[in-house]
Design a protein around this ligand. Structure first.
Ligand SMILES: Cc1cc2nc3c(=O)[nH]c(=O)nc-3n(C[C@H](O)[C@H](O)[C@H](O)COP(=O)(O)OP(=O)(O)OC[C@H]3O[C@@H](n4cnc5c(N)ncnc54)[C@H](O)[C@@H]3O)c2cc1C
Length: 318
């Protein structure tokens, strides 16, 4: 089983969802006696990738690939897939991947199993997708031939990546026929305070239990003390108390920090799908039957307005 993992980067910084996907590929290879190759369009990134346990790192250097352009990226990976014949092409399920992985699937005429949360290798290699707002999981199997798979943020943990020492191989592609119907303009900056919560190790997340906008300061103070980011459930964003980029859940971001501290969040399935991959989940809620306690590593039944200021103070004095 030959597995090729595309590693997304931005100005030499590896996208963490791609690294998680690399861990997924390592796990698949371990269970199928396969090999993993990592591919990037950036030489610095390839040097970093060479430190992981992969058979080899493929680098394509072409000025047309310096910034994201789905037509050039598509043509590059089409050429590489045809030359290298991987059995599986793996992506992290990022916004970029959503743009060009389906195009690649069409171009190569191979299936694409998107947004997977894991895999199992019992009788056959099976990919698991979460459907109907996380209420059910579906199993997908490709019976014949190569295919593409993308893994959701949080599906695998980067800290489990096996390290190693791999060779870097330069590969060439012919982008001349890629087409020029898409011309990137200046890089899009989201709203001024837009935040990629995927980069945060600690997230302090507030729900409707926070009561009113002014009270968010309590959580902000705790988050600052822990060196984390503030996030929320949807009602807090709907009320306009935090910007939408801080919403966690099915219509917000999917996060997998080392610590997710949930303050006054009940645990609706639409919220849980966005944070259940967190390594440690701490829930503070005054309702002992709040569903979020079911997936908590540590749960405190109590009032956030009593607990949070004391917790912040203790941490500041520690
Ligand atoms: C299509 C669709 C998409 C959605 N997408 C998302 C999404 O991306 N993200 C998301 O979060 N939701 C989403 N939702 C909404 C979701 O269904 C829930 O309504 C929402 O998650 C509930 O948010 P909450 O837990 O903050 O509020 P509530 O369910 O109202 O819970 C508030 C909690 O705070 C507790 N509480 C109150 N006061 C205190 C206190 N003083 N101390 C301690 N605890 C207290 C209460 O006991 C309660 O458990 C979506 C819904 C739909 C239909």
């Amino acid at each position: 089983m030959k597995i090729l993992v595309y590693i997304q980067q931005d100005e030499g910084k590896i996208n963490s969802v791609s690294l998680e996907a690399l861990k997924g590929a390592q796990d698949i290879a371990a269970q199928t006696n396969g090999t993993v190759s990592a591919l990037s369009f950036n030489a610095d990134v390839c040097s970093q990738l060479a430190g992981y346990d992969v058979a080899e790192v493929l680098v394509v250097e072409d000025d047309n690939l310096n910034t994201f352009n789905p037509l050039f990226y598509l043509k590059a990976l089409e050429d590489i897939a045809k030359a290298e014949s991987p059995d599986i092409i793996v992506f992290g399920h990022t916004y970029e991947a959503r743009d060009w992985a389906p195009r690649l699937s069409a171009r190569l005429d191979i299936p694409f199993i998107s947004d997977c949360i894991g895999f199992k290798n019992e009788d056959e290699l099976t990919f698991i997708r979460s459907i109907y707002q996380g209420k059910f999981n579906s199993d997908s199997v490709v019976n014949n031939g190569a295919f593409i798979v993308s893994f959701q943020s949080g599906a695998f943990r980067v800290d489990g990546l096996q390290s190693g020492s791999a060779d870097i191989r330069q590969v060439t592609v012919d982008l001349s026929g890629a087409g020029d119907s898409i011309a990137p303009e200046e890089k899009f900056q989201e709203a001024e305070q837009a935040i990629d919560l995927n980069q945060a190790d600690v997230i302090v997340s507030v729900g409707r239990g926070i009561g009113k906008e002014e009270n968010i300061e309590l959580a902000r103070e705790l988050s600052k003390t822990l060196g984390g980011e503030i996030a929320s459930s949807r009602p807090v964003v709907d009320a306009g108390w935090l910007e939408s980029s801080r919403q966690v859940g099915s219509s917000g971001q999917t996060v997998s920090p080392k610590l997710y501290l949930a303050l006054g969040i009940s645990g609706a399935i639409q919220h849980i799908v966005g944070m259940k991959g967190s390594k440690n989940i701490v829930v503070i809620n005054k309702d002992k039957n709040a569903p979020l306690f079911e997936i908590a590593d540590y749960g405190v039944v109590g009032d956030i307005f009593e607990i949070v200021p004391k917790l912040t103070e203790k941490l500041q004095n520690a």
